[in-house]
Design a protein around this ligand. Structure first.
Ligand SMILES: Nc1ncnc2c1ncn2[C@@H]1O[C@H](COP(=O)(O)OP(=O)(O)OP(=O)(O)O)[C@@H](O)[C@H]1O
Ligand SMILES: [Mg+2]
Length: 311
């Protein structure tokens, strides 16, 4: 087995019954990609792109119209119990039993995997600690905040010590500290040799975390690859920060903005850097810094979505 997840031509059509129309809406249009063991894979795409639909198919909640997907070499439609026991799933909108406390809920989830008694108590304690919810162990789930519920959802996905994590929007509803903690948790899981497949809109998080990302737009896989691969054809430029320049100064081929007394000079072509630096000094300016810049995943992604919309 080389891939932990292998998706091949996955297609899903929904019938639009609400409008009394038998016309099918194609929500996933033949998507294909793979996830290798031990990697963190970010499944990125705008609202309505088809991320949750894909994840629901992978988890056996809905069936594909056509195409196949294999988890750990097993076809997902067969849904072997053995494979399920090695998966941890965080749904997009987890439904909780309101009247259980966080601790009771985790103990209940442990029981579903046959973990009971002292082992269940130990598992619950470990998970509460892991997701920073020890203080809320006795709090009923109906009294938890959105972020607390999200942490509980992540904890329940780890109850069976799974090898493959499938998380639908794991950082949604979390504050910046919470996002950082979940990111660190993903890296820790990766260090333990586990594979993490997660969907997100929070691109800067994906940027410093993922081994590879897949961008899905309108039910089609737009790009799949490592971030350096994907950002290879991204836009780059050089930014020179200088002081003491006369108002309106701009070297040839550059744009200048004056911010807090400093000139921010943007050169779209790095070949013009030598000439620009000379021109700045000749004009009596002092160079503060020279910063090569590259388009980040966020703006790259926005461009991809725009160009997909124009297809
Ligand atoms: N049961 C359904 N019947 C009809 N259409 C559906 C159904 N479930 C999802 N869709 C449609 O499929 C498309 C993809 O939805 P999906 O939930 O997979 O998107 P997503 O990428 O997860 O979006 P988000 O980022 O908002 O969670 C949407 O247009 C949605 O309306
Ligand atoms: Mg979704």
């Amino acid at each position: 087995m080389t891939h932990i997840l292998q998706i091949d031509g996955l297609t899903k059509r929904f019938h639009d019954w609400e409008r009394f129309s038998p016309r099918a809406k194609t929500v996933l249009d033949g998507i294909s990609f793979e996830v290798a063991p031990g990697e963190i894979f970010g499944f990125l795409g705008p609202n309505g792109a088809g991320k949750t639909t894909t994840i629901k198919i992978l988890m056996g909640i809905i069936r594909p119209t056509s195409g196949t997907a294999r988890i750990m070499g097993h076809d997902i439609v067969e849904q072997s119990q053995q494979v399920k026991q090695r998966i941890g799933f965080l749904p997009e909108n987890p439904y909780f039993y309101d009247y259980l406390s966080v601790g009771e809920f985790l103990t209940f989830c442990a029981a579903l995997f046959g973990i009971t008694g002292r082992a269940a108590a130990a598992t619950t304690d470990r998970l509460l600690e892991l997701v920073g919810m020890r203080h809320a162990a006795r709090l009923p789930l109906r009294k938890c905040s959105k972020g607390m519920l999200q942490r509980t959802g992540i904890a329940q996905s780890l109850v069976n010590d799974p090898d493959f994590l499938v998380w639908d929007e794991p950082v949604s509803g979390l504050d910046p500290i919470g996002r950082k903690e979940i990111k660190d948790l993903m890296l820790e899981l990766k260090r333990q040799g586990k594979t993490v497949f997660f969907s997100s809109h929070i691109l800067p998080d994906a940027e410093t975390l993922c081994d590879r990302v897949g961008i899905i737009v309108g039910g089609r896989m737009h790009r799949v690859g490592t971030l350096p691969e994907l950002l290879k054809d991204s836009v780059s430029w050089v930014e020179v920060v200088a002081e003491g320049l006369p108002a309106g100064f701009a070297p040839a081929g550059a744009k200048t903005e004056l911010i807090a007394g400093q000139s921010i000079i943007r050169l779209d072509d790095a070949a013009g850097l030598d000439g620009a630096l000379k021109a700045i000094m000749q004009a009596g300016g002092a160079i503060v810094s020279v910063n090569p810049q590259r388009e980040n995943l966020e703006s790259y992604f926005a461009r991809q979505v725009r160009s997909a919309g124009n297809l």
